[in-house]
Design a binder for this molecule. Structure first.
Ligand SMILES: Cc1cc2nc3c(=O)[nH]c(=O)nc-3n(C[C@H](O)[C@H](O)[C@H](O)COP(=O)(O)O)c2cc1C
Length: 181
């Protein structure tokens, strides 16, 4: 089985997560290719696809959205999982969980308009103080916001293992379900 993990990353944290998943999944599934969405021309040789993007301004990066639209028909014929990398865990604690749930729902709804998905997962990435406009930084910190590498590698491993388990099942018993939002 050849699996594609395609990513769009502005500053590298999403790329590193995609590479980590590819390495982990390759152990069980054989060939797993990890490429930037801009380096993928066709999907014909892939049996399953995982697509991930950094989130900017509450949406996927334009190259990742373009990838989804451009390959929508081919993606619809394969099992597809999507992941988004944002900064929910940087938010002040009282609104962190609700912020993540709302963002996860909104992003999944936008994506499944283009392609049926087996699953969508929101992760937190790397959010440094320099990425926020200076006047907002002090206020953000004062209200409980935080900066740093917020990646939860155990959660990434768990999600990659769930996908691996589904793909490793014989075709007849593999779930063909898709998420609805
Ligand atoms: C210009 C800019 C805008 C961002 N907008 C959002 C956003 O709307 N929602 C969010 O959750 N995270 C947002 N982030 C945080 C990034 O998604 C996060 O830093 C992520 O790890 C970036 O991934 P990358 O390193 O692969 O580019 C933004 C970051 C930058 C630099």
């Amino acid at each position: 089985m050849t699996v594609l993990i395609a990513y769009a990353s502005a500053l590298g944290s999403t790329r590193e997560m995609a590479q980590h998943m590819a390495y982990r999944m390759a152990g069980a599934l054989g060939e797993v290719e990890c490429r930037s969405v801009e380096d993928v021309e066709a999907l014909s040789r892939y049996e399953a696809v995982v697509v991930g993007s950094a989130v900017h301004n509450q949406a996927w990066l334009p190259p990742a959205l373009l990838f989804f639209k451009h390959h929508a028909r081919e993606l619809a014929g394969r099992p597809v999982w999507a992941f988004s990398v944002g900064m929910a865990d940087a938010l002040p604690q009282p609104i962190r969980r609700r912020g993540a749930a709302l963002q996860q729902k909104r992003l999944a709804e936008a994506l499944i308009k283009e392609v049926p998905l087996r699953g969508h997962k929101l992760f937190s990435g790397v959010y440094q103080a320099g990425q926020m406009p200076a006047p907002l930084r002090v206020l953000f910190r004062l209200t409980g916001g935080r900066f740093g590498d917020l990646r939860d590698w155990a959660a990434v491993d768990e999600w990659a293992d769930q996908i691996t388990a589904q793909l490793a099942k014989p075709a007849s018993s593999a779930s063909s379900g898709s998420i609805t939002g």
